[in-house]
Design a protein around this ligand. Structure first.
Ligand code: ADP
Ligand code: MG
Length: 395
């Protein structure tokens, strides 16, 4: 990447303020951490800093406390899990920039790790308040951003603090930017994208940007219904965004203009109602029964998509092809996940639900890259500059 990383700076003996994204799913009743992928993903940076004698001060958010102290969103359990993974004690402060945080930072010895309280307990965090940023910066001699998942937000701990300290990327940030960057800048061709998920409105930016770079674009998920309806197909009670019909038509037209091979479903798994146990069957697209809804792509579509993906050297996938949370409508997405796991192409996967899906199948290690950033990965693929990346020093 074009930004400096922890490798480019001296960290020994320094207090290093590190923004991580430990926004992990937590079970409401017990407070148990349901998935620690995001904690594990930051371990290389934290381990490197400790091994090189840095005093490590971690910052993260958890959930949406909206500037207030919400006891269920305290980071102590996250700090404890991090401690287990590191095999070292991780002190958890019970405030962000208050006396507890200050005392914990002052007591740090080289190799020690302290975790500040949930930064979003402070109202200044999401407002990118320079006062908060300066207070946070006073805890470090150097700032490291390893929170790719929050890099699309200009908050005090993700961007503001970089105005007060030398700012470099951590290893996770570097990997994400390099891997996602390979897709949109000088990819090995043919380049194919599969875009699914619920709504065309949330993916329109990514669709438009990808159209200008891909050779093949395959559409699935709920948004396919909007494309199909725009093309005159009767989609019954399927999820359709009527306000996006013109946008869908524009994308189809632009794909034709650019010579992009645009794939739309040719068959579907339809259900009588929106429920995991609804009556369902596989139909050709011309035969969606009145009042039924498309909840997954059908086997013929999956086969056709696989054939189109066969020659690709780079493939990016965002958005499930169906309502993959429900067994009955997960087949298309699962089949695609398995196909991509065997593909010789570099395969990059992003998006919250999509990543959860491949990780549930135990397939994550089979791909070139599985992004830890949902919204951040999407914005990156839209070609946008992420504030958390922009704030870092150029190499
Ligand atoms: P990601 O988080 O990977 O970017 P999205 O959030 O865009 O993906 O979309 C995931 C959601 O899309 C899932 O909750 C899934 O149930 C929904 N979805 C997929 N296909 C359909 C469909 N045919 N009808 C309604 N919802 C769908
Ligand atoms: Mg999502």
């Amino acid at each position: 990447m074009t930004k400096k990383t922890v490798r480019d700076v001296e960290v020994a003996g320094k207090r290093v303020l590190v923004r991580v994204d430990f926004n992990v799913p937590i079970e409401k009743s017990s407070g148990a951490i349901l998935d620690d992928t995001r904690i594990r993903a930051a371990l290389p940076t934290i381990a490197y800093l400790r091994e090189h004698g840095a005093r490590v001060v971690l910052m993260s958010h958890l959930g949406r406390p909206d500037g207030q102290v919400v006891p269920a969103l305290r980071l102590a359990p996250v700090a404890a899990r991090l401690g287990e993974l590191l095999g070292a004690r991780v002190e958890a402060a019970d405030d962000v920039v208050g006396p507890s945080a200050r005392a914990a930072v002052e007591a740090l010895q080289p190799g020690d790790v302290v975790m500040l309280e949930n930064v979003r307990f402070e109202p200044g965090e999401e407002q990118d308040d320079p006062k908060l940023a300066e207070q946070l910066a006073s805890f470090g001699d150097l700032y490291v951003n390893d929170a790719f998942g929050t890099a699309h937000r200009a908050h005090a701990s993700t961007a503001g603090v970089a105005k007060f300290l030398p700012a470099v990327a951590g290893f996770l940030m570097e990997k994400e930017v390099d891997q996602l960057g390979r897709v949109i800048a000088e990819p090995e061709r043919p380049l194919a994208a599969i875009i699914g998920g619920a709504k065309i409105s949330s993916k329109i930016g990514v669709l438009r940007h990808l159209l200008s770079i891909v050779d093949t674009l395959l559409i699935g998920g709920g948004m396919a219904s909007t494309f199909l309806k725009a093309g005159g197909v009767a989609v019954g009670a399927s999820l359709v965004e009527d306000g996006q019909l013109d946008a869908a038509r524009a994308i189809v037209a632009e794909a034709a203009e650019r010579g992009v091979d645009l794939g739309l479903p040719t068959d579907a798994v339809v259900a009588e109602r929106f429920a995991g146990d609804a009556a369902s069957r596989i139909v050709a697209l011309e035969a969606v029964p009145d009042g039924w809804m498309i909840l997954d792509v059908g086997p013929q579509t999956v086969q056709a998509y696989e054939a189109k993906l066969q020659p690709a050297m780079t493939i990016v996938w965002n958005g499930p092809l169906g309502v993959a949370e429900w067994e009955a409508f997960a087949q298309g997405s699962r089949e695609l996940a398995r196909f991509l796991a065997k593909s010789q192409a570099s395969v990059v996967i992003g998006g919250g639900e999509t990543v959860a899906l491949v990780s549930d199948l135990g397939l994550s290690p089979a791909y070139s890259h599985v992004s830890t950033g949902g919204g951040a990965a999407l914005e990156f693929l839209e070609g946008r500059t992420l504030p958390g990346v922009a704030a870092l020093q150029d190499r």
